[in-house]
Design a protein. Sequence first.
Lengths: 176, 186
Amino acid sequence: MISRAVATILIVFSVLCLAACQTPPQTRNVVLSTKSAVELRAMQSRAFETTDRIKTLRTVIATLQDLGYKVDKVEPEAGTVSATKLAVLRLTATVYPHGTTQLTVRANALVKLQNGDSQVDDPEFYQKLFFEPLSKAMFLAALNIQDDDDPSKSSESRNNEQNSAGTGNQLPAKKN
Amino acid sequence: MASRRNWTILVIVAGAVMLLSGCENANQIAMKIGVPPDSAVKARALETRRFDTSDEPSMLASATQTLQDLGFTISESQAAVGVLVGSKQRDAEETKQVVGQIVLTVVLAALGTQYTPVWDKDQNIDAMLLVTPIENSKQVEVRVSFDRQVRNTQGQIRGELILDETIYQQFFEKLAASVFLEAHKI
């Protein structure tokens, strides 16, 4: 009976000793949203009428750059991009097929705080500060695609581009 | 007696709630930081150039070399989407700021107030470059943006976009020269 008690004490003691050796967790704690998954998916995703994944990913990256983000990681095959703005706001966007004629863009944002990261779950943030600028950029890209079908229009737009290149402070590289 | 104790608890809880609401939550910070820069249009003009080439990979290769010439370490490069990212660490101490802070400390000490001088110590400069082919033309658009995170002597970090025209001008001059040289090599 006594030996059993001693054994228990020894086990408890050794566990305590081991626990002391344990290093504190290295990962930062992340505070996830308390909103439901359905609600989050609704605010974080939008569908676009295109099937060109790479081009959409490029537009997403260009939009992020326009908004002042710096890309941390891109994976074209997976269609993902992670970017950070001013070392505080981190956003990950994924482009994936939605049916056979559409693509879905989903974005997820985190704010890096001193005591950990916190997920952004304000629909207004996703709508106004990501999807609205992205939609404009996607619309412009879509207009460019249409140019392919109309040769007269495309040559006109090319001329316009050359004109603007001449008047702006652009620096055309010499090509031999 | 009991009701008085309840009152005390209520006041403490209310105080804590008020203190907490004083802090900004993640959504408020995101809404503040996420807004496009005021100078978005100006920045776009500053950061973008077009080049008369449709050879996107060689444009990226030249851009990589230009960034390396400027002391950047490349952290991400994906030719499939025309992305190039690099960073460099630099000293951020400025004599004027350091002298100002030390003078302030001495003056405040003479007046009997303790003050810890704070000045910018070092900075991390990020460069992000994007090459985009322009539809229906034999041109590519190159957009580069620089930003920096400055750390002060107290270890606090503040981030800002770099919108100095000369920096972009110099970068594109170097890049154009690099493209020119490479065109010759072939």
